[in-house]
Write a protein that binds this ligand. Sequence first.
Ligand code: SF4
Ligand code: SF4
Length: 107
Amino acid sequence: MSKKDVSEKERLCISCQKCCKEIFVYTHPVLYSCSAETIVDFYKARGFDVSRLEEDAIILSFKHTCPHLTPQGCDVYENRPKACADYSGIEDFGDDCLWSTLKLKKS
Ligand code: SF4
Ligand code: SF4
């Protein structure tokens, strides 16, 4: 890939890499046979960051560096999963997603 083929989002993601180092998982008490409070306590005790959303949805987040991430960046970048190319970190990282600054500038 030549430099001019790199989109603005790709350029920002390459310099940010948050999505390659942290995982967010959405879950909901309806999937469990215990209360939301019990679920939150369960995951907090295991070192997850836990947030509650409206209607009892729960977000679990934990640090996990993708095994494909090297000091030079993604070692499968040309063939990275489509989810990696399409993923918007804005929903999970908010203003900490560099791409969000670009989107804000354009809106
Ligand atoms: S947080 Fe945003 S800028 Fe950073 S890697 Fe994820 S999508 Fe890209
Ligand atoms: S495959 Fe590449 S782009 Fe996807 S999470 Fe891993 S290092 Fe990041």
